[in-house]
Design a protein around this ligand. Sequence first.
Ligand SMILES: [Zn+2]
Ligand SMILES: [Zn+2]
Ligand SMILES: [Zn+2]
Length: 747
Amino acid sequence: MKSVELKVYGVVQGVGFRPYVSKLANSLSIGGWVKNTSECVEIRLIGEEKEINAFISNLKLSPPPLSRVVKIEKVREENYEGEKPSFIILKSEKKANSARDNLWIPPDVGTCDDCLKEIFNDKDRRYRYPFTNCTNCGPRFTIILDLPYDREKTTMKIFKMCERCEKEYNDINDRRFHAQPNACPECGPELRLLDNRGNKIDGDPIEKTIKLLKEGKIVAIKGIGGFHLAVDALNERAINELRRRKNRPHKPFALMAFNIDRISQFAKVNQGERELLLSPIRPIVLLRKRESSNLPENIAPNNKYVGFMLPYTPLHYLITEPFQALVMTSGNLSDEPIIYENEQALLKLKNIADFFLIHNREIYTPCDDSIVINGMVTRRARGYTPLPLVGEEEFPEILACGGEEKSSFALSRKNTIILSQYIGDLKDLETLERYELLIERFKSLFSLNPRHVVCDLHPLYLSTRYAEATGLPILKVQHHHAHMTSCMWENGISDKVIGIVLDGTGYGIDETIWGGEIFIGDYLEFKRVAHLRPIPLPGGEKAIREPWRIALAYLREIGKEDLIIEEKAKEILRMLKLGINSPLSSGCGRLFDAVSAFLGIRKSISYEAQAAIELEGVANEDEKSAYPAELREEKGEIIIDWKRMWEELVKDVMRGTPVEICSMKFHNYIVNSISEAVEIIRGKTHIEKVVLSGGVFQNQIILHKTVESLTKRGLMVYHHKEVPTNDQGIAVGQLLICAEKIRKGAV
Ligand SMILES: [Zn+2]
Ligand SMILES: [Zn+2]
Ligand SMILES: [Zn+2]
């Protein structure tokens, strides 16, 4: 037999790591022990070499969902004689001088089954206590003030544990041993229900809140990372009222339901989705709506998907229990970041919420809910943040400032990238302030002091301005190059690839707007080898909000501009003719917008990408035919044209072809066009690996059809999973490009 000692570094404490290790050891008949120290988890393994190796590879490949192993160090290995001991969990050890850069911060953890049993057991002392938690669950990232993770360094420090809680906290055999946010009704945080003038409402806050929600009232509820606005999801009138007050006419609302059975009444849940919903991450999962459910249409209008999450705190369980489902949408004013402080909530949401269910456990770092669709994280926040993305090589010290839409930033630390939570569109002062606050917070929590800064090429992004103001050596990276590399890295690719990047807007190196791009390249460089034929956007930003203008621009190119009957059409045509304020764009999202507007699905939008999302929403996926793909070469680049596509589309509309069919034929046209372009590029370059990135790949039809089409042609196709395919992922790509250029001495 062998005896091996390991040190495991990373996010390995407060995330159920030791029970997992002990279970794994037992399943492989390995003896020994595991213990937490103040900087890592130490493990001693006694057993046969084969089993020990299996243990280590399991630890690397499938650690518990909320943990992240950054490094495994083998500190001792020797032969072992004698009887094999059983595997035990040892008392934690505080080391005098733990290196701070070995400390990591766990994400917030959804309520575990043991705690759930307690809050619904009327014999338990935590019966119906909304802040119940233990070593395996509860708030983490959002309450941590500083490291190491100790109660004194969390917002729980103001609550002195009662005798019984203290006893649990100090008992190594207790589930609450060293559970930093440990609390009970006697000593922990409390709820309060207020009206929208701040007056306290007497009675049991939870019972009262349930009653108010049943009456159709809007209640702002403080959770783990911020406030939600809640209404009964089956009360169409209350939902309309929330939409009116929030000035949010169409953007889908996320729902929370008590359990999977209730979710299944409204949406289809497959095995993978079920596991994700139930996982301690508890993200919002976008699910296919059931056609025959009684879900009001105004929850996610013109959308095939609806976002559901399970409760992730005891408070959520208690509130959702009497309902089929609740709308739980972020508590903010439109376009501003999520609100997380009691006073701010009362001030800013008083004209939206009728009542406020608040508590006195302070949220230190705000964090929205995460969103996942078909296993792809499209909004990375609570439950994921601040888990590091782990690579092989050490990075130079870099701050990557991200883009503008769905902004976030990234910092390197050792061999990892720490991507911030989704912050929001970086277009106003409120969001900029939140962005700056979070950059400072991440730097101090992780003790980072970046030596380089990297940002987007776009001269007007606030993130670019921020980067310039740091005074650090700066690198500016092309938007779609960043998208492409973020997808390469996530899939462990370092050689040259064909990168298909489809999104809305990104600043090109020729100073026009790009977004329908095929590159060949790697981390150091890229070459634009194919792109959509550009179109002028009459009115610039305005055209993005009013896609009928873009439809007009396209139709003008085929001499059918008279098909757009809008009051302002003449004026817009004059703008186009004279080229006034009509920047050129090859953005793929814009083509979706225009088709959607022309088909009468959405002529002007109230949230980002709405026209494109609703175009996907109506597509009849059984339709196999396509509008003709049209490629030609110009100055060594492949131009993906849309002229014949528009001509055929116009004919279809004239003969009364249903929009469901037109939409699908358009989707098929996009897939065929890029597939044919990639085929030509492969023929010339012999590159076989293709990465897919950019916001358009949130469109599930485009994603799955593209993967299918390219795979059939014998290419190896990679897409995003952990790093968002939309602009939240930009910061990761920027950081990678900057790191590679520093390593190669190119900056
Ligand atoms: Zn628990
Ligand atoms: Zn207590
Ligand atoms: Zn983008």
